[in-house]
Write a protein that binds this ligand. Sequence first.
Ligand code: ADP
Ligand code: MG
Ligand code: MG
Length: 879
Amino acid sequence: MSQKKYLYLFSEGNKDMREILGGKGANLAEMTRAGMPVPQGFTISTEACTQYYKDGRQINEEIMADIYEYIGKLEEIAGKKFGDVNNPLLVSVRSGARASMPGMMDTILNLGLNDESVEGLAKLTSNPRFAYDSYRRFVQMFSDVVMEMSKSDFEKIIDEMKQAKGVKEDIDLDADDMKALVVKFKALYKEKMGKDFPSDPKEQLIEAVKAVFRSWDNPRANVYRRMNEIPYDWGTAVNVQCMAFGNSGNRSGTGVAFTRNPATGEKALFGEYLINAQGEDVVAGIRTPSPISKLHEEMPEVYDQFVEIAQRLENHYKDMQDMEFTIENGKLFMLQTRNGKRTAAAALKIAVDLVDEGMIDEKEAVLRVEPKQLDSLLHPQFDPAALKAAQVIGKGLAASPGAACGQVVFTAEDAKEYVESGKMPKVVLVRLETSPEDIEGMQVAQGILTVRGGMTSHAAVVARGMGTCCVSGCGDIVVDYDAKCFTLAGKTYHEGDWISIDGSTGNIYGEAIPTADASISGDFERFMEWADVARTLKVFTNADNPHDAQQGVNFGAEGIGLCRTEHMFFEADRIKAVREMIVAENVEGRKKALAKILPYQQGDFEAMYKVMGDRPMTIRYLDPPLHEFLPTKPAEIEELAADLGITVDHLNTVIASLHEFNPMMGHRGCRLAVAYPEIAEMQTTAVINAAINVHKETGLNIVPHIMIPLVGEVKELKFVKDVVVATADKLIAEAGVDMKYEVGTMIEIPRAALTADEIATEAEFFSFGTNDLTQMTFGFSRDDAGKFLNYYYDNKVYESDPFAHLDQKGVGKLVEMAAKLGRATRPELGLGICGEHGGDPTSVEFCHRVGLDYVSCSPFRVPIARLAAAQAAIKNPRK
Ligand code: ADP
Ligand code: MG
Ligand code: MG
């Protein structure tokens, strides 16, 4: 036996051991401890999986010996032996990581069957049809999961058999048919694999365990992990469990149920089951299952027992449970329980209800909703008037709420390609049913529409997890994948046609329906109030125009952390003056052009100040390289030359002179103001005058926050600051008002972070511009990194995009250090972050930990940041 304990009987574990046992294993152990009916088994730990990879993708001798030992233990507990010709032990092999990864890794059922033991099972149960059905399923699953043979080849054999017999469903096939299927399947296996199907149960088991370990590293799992920030080194556990047979007759069946409705949060048992079926049948959408309430009529005692267990589980975990069960000849077995995935709306309702029911307190409730999930509630809903006017062409199940409007596509690959290439920016993916391979296509789609499958089908479960709208099981649709079209209500819809689907009602519309903005009210509002009480970090928004500013305020922003001034330059009425400034050949020419820009800029700031009221606003001075504003097309260049009264040749020379080899590290940011101080002068005039005017008009005491970008050296900051101060003080004195203002800087160049103590002698606040700081620290640009980062993910060099999730080790170290150095110089120094990371939950948690005052993010991420900040504060209270 090995030194380390790698294997655990279900009776040895508990729910707090999910790191070692995985979520599924830990909960199977917990249910066993609670005396619930769980088929017994053992768990091979996540550490064994990690060891498998360390050993170069093989199970070492010690662990192998442990597995054999536990097979022995299980045989004793079950009173059956592997491969026994009279009473064979049959098991399932189930993967289970720490975090649930639905559909990512496949389960093998009925393992242990071979040509001899199947006869034993048939005799023992006097049910040869059942025995051979189990056997053919096993061969199918083993071939698919372990040997990666194509599922459809097996489906084709079954379809041919059904056709030959003139029947529609698998359950209409009899024992002899199943027996014939096994023969055909095994022949196919031999043909494709070049060897016989393994008949030794122990060999079957070891191969299955290896397959589960391997599947941790399959492309689908890797994509899912990256999407959900699950670390690669966690590994997966493997559960080996005695079978309970839901396919042994009409007193048997299998199902899934939630203690509360996962779409709406309503407190009522919600689920589906199928009689005489096994495992995946319910979720695969092959047969349409019955609602759980029907079980009350069909098997009242089983139903009552299940209801009682479900309630106990919910009380025990103090959260909504998602359970899988099987009934074998009228006896109930629990196969899984976990905190159920749910839509954002359901998550809010359940969190609020659990507080009202006295099960959890407000802080616990705040921890129960995943910040990212809120996203789905913040995006547009159908415009009610347009929705009323639209014609319903069909109806499916309301599987995942939300409004989706997009162009029809029929494969996940097409969805991904069309959206990414911009050919069809919004698509609705229409499928017979979805499978785990479709995950990337589902991600980019506005909505998912399936022909088959219930509320717990793959499409429904995954869509709810993603917060994507889904209508499932609309059986009226006839899809023709080859012709890329479907018919519904007598009309044919082709690839590229617009449709709309409503995931809250299941309605399907054959037209585009405009959508309207969402609002925060009801449970959502109450919940966000709890979050706001809990958090210490302030949440600001990034906004460059009054509309975005208002959107941010509506979503709870307490200020603007980043107002970029250059976006204001692009509007048609002012870009001319901006271009005039850029091509000006001397100070006078530049000043003349800047004078034309001033009123626009001042007007923009006045409008912004009015929206923001007494909330602070940080305005960043001109940042991008100037050539970004220049025309590139010959016709535009000719027009500009004419406007400016210069020749095209001359203008082309100016444009050429502005060319830079590496503009991101070129003449931009405060370097522009160092070269052309009149730009900073104009921008200061616009800011200060706007503040004075709005103050005079509304009485608001505005304290402008002026932010100088891309500083790397304190003298550089001082140079620009001197221009700002001279201009501002003069204007304030002339206006005869008592106005304060602050001048600060962005920390986005590593040298600024390294010399933050010096910078803080001049800067009154720091705002970490983590987009630039990330690219400068890594030494690769955000615009180019996409080309090679995939290789880094594939080779596990980086696990996630450092532009999406702050690199806490490297970039974070700079942030933490600069914050400390800055505050050592100036204790009252204001500290915030305004990069994309300001709305990323794990990055927000980091900002909380290192003591920043605020995070700033795009308006739609403000509620996400508020919740993330609250969770960070609850998990790590600041002293
Ligand atoms: P997933 O993680 O994809 O849900 P599971 O390991 O839960 O995969 O297995 C899928 C289904 O297989 C289960 O819901 C259950 O119906 C069936 N199953 C798994 N193990 C057993 C077992 N020991 N007895 C009967 N059915 C099982
Ligand atoms: Mg499961
Ligand atoms: Mg920057």
